[in-house]
Design a binder for this molecule. Structure first.
Ligand SMILES: Nc1ncnc2c1ncn2[C@@H]1O[C@H](COP(=O)(O)OP(=O)(O)OP(=O)(O)O)[C@@H](O)[C@H]1O
Ligand SMILES: [Mg+2]
Length: 407
């Protein structure tokens, strides 16, 4: 057997590290795909898992600039399906112009696939239960060494999955409310500009809890401001319920912000001279379809504090009022930017439990920014931003409840 080059050996170490002590396997998987994609130099890397009930394969994690986490295919379809059937790796050098039925259905991924490398997920002696797929090597062809690295990683992942157990949750028939395509944001900086978002592709689905994770300065707030109509993009497009909303008029924007979106920030921004209830009543008056402010206060467990002014409440209570304020508008989408950053652990858990309740019981869609990878375990999907690009996305098959989080 030929030896792996140093760069590839390094990658194997990084996989092992990424897969270590993660309660939620998907976090390690998405990180691994990011490493693999970068090491081999491909456009996309995805992890597919087989669901016996539906006889379909679903993408559960990817390290890619494209959001392909909603994609599923039938077993037996395409190269991925073929690898599942044969449990053997497959390297395809040129699909373009080849009308083999094996390649036709790859379009499901939403990428034009020119070449690919697919390795089955299986433990020795077992059947394949998924595969990892690398798409579009940027320079040159896939070589034997790439296949070895991919195969090694598939074996590591397979052992990890077997060890920790995994039940695929097929993405439900979901409708994207907001679609971002190739979104670029630049800010002027002296004589030139700095490009903060470098081409964001993301679908936000109705009813999901999406967490955006990433280091300080990577562009999380900038992206959220564009989603929430607080800032405009330099280039790219945004679809709202399937319609182009890339360049809304001022009045469309005002309507959108007022009725469609609820904001929760790190700072509570409550009006100091109004009581908790009055802070909500004020919002109810200017909203199109509000819920009763009393009900919103009850949802955050603060009915008994209706008459309190912000200065008479703790930070956690003020944050709960600000969540109630966002709920009062009865928005479809709630955007939360580090809502627990200023709170201690116990109070953070209280606030996160309320956010959890908003998604599970009130049916709201929530997009929440955090620095804290532990908090990301609550989400249905986690989007990791790095340097203005999405570096990986994963689906949490089993989101943790706020009360299970520890940090
Ligand atoms: N209005 C602006 N003008 C110029 N540069 C900006 C502006 N807003 C943001 N930036 C720059 O864009 C980059 C990303 O900022 P952003 O606030 O989106 O980061 P973030 O991921 O939310 O960080 P943090 O976790 O610290 O909140 C930073 O380098 C920031 O300085
Ligand atoms: Mg920020």
């Amino acid at each position: 057997m030929s030896k792996l080059s140093e760069k590839y050996v390094q990658a194997v170490w990084e996989f092992t590290e990424a897969l270590q002590d993660e309660k939620q396997i998907e976090s390690g998987l998405s990180k691994c795909m990011e490493i693999l994609q970068e090491t081999i130099g491909c456009e996309a890397g995805t992890v597919w898992m087989y669901d016996t009930d539906s006889n379909r394969l679903a993408i559960i994690a990817c390290g890619t600039g494209q959001d392909v986490t909603g994609v599923t295919i039938e077993k037996g379809q395409g190269v991925v399906g073929h690898v599942m059937d044969t449990a053997e790796s497959m390297m395809v050098h040129n699909t373009i112009g080849d009308d083999s039925p094996l390649y036709g259905s790859d379009d499901a991924v939403g990428l034009i696939i020119k070449n690919q490398l697919v390795s089955p997920l299986k433990v020795p002696g077992g059947e394949a239960f998924g595969c990892i797929q690398l798409v579009n090597k940027k320079e040159g062809r896939f070589v034997e060494e790439d296949a070895m690295l991919c195969g090694n990683m598939a074996a590591l992942i397979a052992l990890d999955i077997e060890d920790k157990g995994y039940k695929v949750e097929l993405p439900k028939n979901r409708k994207p409310m907001i679609v971002l395509r190739d979104v670029i944001k630049e800010f002027p900086s002296g004589d030139s500009v700095i490009r903060v978002l470098k081409g964001i592709n993301l679908d936000i689905y109705e009813g999901e809890f999406l967490v955006i994770l990433g280091e300080s300065g990577c562009g999380k707030t900038t992206m959220m401001n564009i989603i929430g109509g607080m800032d405009s993009m330099t280039d790219g497009s945004l679809l709202l319920d399937g319609k182009d909303f890339s360049h809304p008029s001022d009045s469309e924007l005002t309507q959108f912000r007022r009725n469609y979106i609820g904001f929760i920030f790190q700072s509570y921004n409550l009006m100091p001279n109004l009581s908790a209830l009055e802070n909500l009543q004020f919002i109810a008056e200017i909203s199109q379809d509000p819920i009763p402010p009393e009900k919103a206060l009850a949802l955050v467990g603060l009915s008994d504090r209706a008459g309190n002014f912000p200065s008479q409440m703790s930070g956690g209570q003020q944050q709960r009022v600000s969540i109630a304020r966002a709920l009062t508008k009865n928005p479809r989408l709630i955007l939360a930017d580090e809502p627990t950053a200023a709170l201690d652990y116990a109070t953070s858990i209280e606030v996160l439990s309320i956010v959890e309740n908003i998604v599970k019981n009130e049916g709201k869609t929530v997009v929440m920014i955090t620095h804290n990878p532990e908090i990301a375990k609550m989400a249905n999907r986690v989007v990791k931003l790095r340097g203005g690009l999405i570096s990986n996305i994963r689906i949490n098959a089993k989101p943790l409840s706020a009360k299970e989080l520890v940090w």
